[in-house]
Design a protein around this ligand. Structure first.
Ligand SMILES: [Fe+2]
Length: 351
């Protein structure tokens, strides 16, 4: 299979169906005819280089570069993506959702078939995909949910995501799920517990995962480790990557009174495989991580710091309440790209 991104020039010509995978014979035929009827620059059919190539050479190459550069989190650089949300499914299906990459919430697709999986299949054909879980419950004392892990592994086999991520939290007790991302006591005991579970999940999935910091509204009196040290230690002990949610850092910093910059700069850059950006809501007594509205200015400022600290990292905008048209969310991702270029210059688009 090869990837053709000659949509603009080729649609409707040479049997070209636009951006997507094509088999080798179709690709050769397209190039052959394309040389006569379209500009080669606009009808590039590049063996194995497509953004949607399943574990293709581009992804393997950037991952290898990160490994060779001593990066402890060997995931590819994907650019600036957006979360895949129901409101935008029609744009995915009609092929007008032009994004660098999508992040899909795994639990929304743990089904046997139907419309959502068809959308995910189409999204995967169009661009790279990342799977983000909200029910791994890495910090719970319940046994790891084997049925859930099997479903997650099945999704990974089918859609070959660039990576899989979960949260530094707990969300279940006694088999009952809170459907929330609850903070952990930050102790040596909890650190050892979560690290062993992250290792178990990675062993089960056969790949490194990324663990994301959550927003929180309480702390535990018996916590002994700052969250940024806990997250860094977890990554080292479990040999996992970090999904650094910049908005979550800001929200928790405001709620608990710690310095957000201290948090960001304490995270080992080599472990950071992805950044999250989102909006939040000021409830007067605290900030609430609502993922509503554009990314606020203080979060953009913290994003600049994260880029200076980590270098070029795949970045995703989350928007989950009052979800606007896709163009609005994509505009936020484009703003992230512009800021990355301002901060990192010509190095902004390479890992
Ligand atoms: Fe997030």
């Amino acid at each position: 299979m090869r990837w053709c991104d000659g949509r603009d020039a080729c649609k409707g010509k040479n049997d070209c169906k636009g951006k997507g995978f094509v088999d080798d014979s179709s690709a050769d035929a397209c190039l052959k005819k394309g040389g006569k009827v379209v500009e080669p620059k606009r009808c590039r059919v590049r063996s194995g280089e497509g953004p949607g190539t399943r574990a293709g050479p581009l992804i393997a190459h950037t991952a290898r570069r990160r490994m060779e550069a001593g990066m402890a989190c060997a995931v590819p650089y994907l650019g600036h993506g957006v979360g895949l949300r129901t409101k935008h499914f029609s744009r995915v299906l009609d092929g007008t959702a032009h994004v660098d990459w999508f992040e899909a919430i795994s639990e929304n697709f743990m089904i046997e078939g139907g419309h959502p999986l068809a959308v995910l299949e189409r999204a995967r054909q169009a661009c790279p995909l990342v799977i983000h879980g909200v029910s791994l419950s890495l910090g719970s004392t319940d046994p790891l949910n084997e049925a859930y892990l099997e479903e997650l592994a099945r999704l990974a086999r089918r859609f070959a995501p660039a990576w899989i991520s979960g949260h530094l939290c707990w969300g279940s007790v006694g088999g009952h799920y809170a459907h929330d991302l609850l903070p952990l006591p930050l102790t040596e005991e909890a650190l050892a517990h979560v690290a062993s579970r992250v290792e178990a999940v990675q062993d089960r999935l056969g790949r490194q995962i990324l663990v994301e910091n959550v927003s929180s509204y309480l702390t535990y009196a018996h916590s002994t480790i700052p969250e940024w040290e806990f997250l860094a230690a977890l990554a080292a002990r479990a040999d996992c990557g970090i999904l650094l949610d910049v908005n979550n850092v800001y929200v928790s910093a405001c709620n608990h009174g710690f310095d957000a910059a201290t948090y960001i700069t304490a995270i080992p850059p080599a472990r950071v495989g992805q950044l999250h950006l989102a909006g939040h809501t000021d409830k007067g007594t605290h900030l609430l991580d609502t993922h509503v509205g554009p990314v606020p200015d203080p979060v953009w400022d913290l994003y600049r710091l994260a880029l200076r600290h980590c270098g070029s990292v795949s970045t995703l905008v989350e928007w989950d309440e009052e979800v606007p048209e896709l163009t609005v969310v994509v505009a936020e991702a484009e703003r992230a790209r512009t800021i990355a270029t301002e901060v990192l210059g010509t190095n902004a688009e390479s890992a």
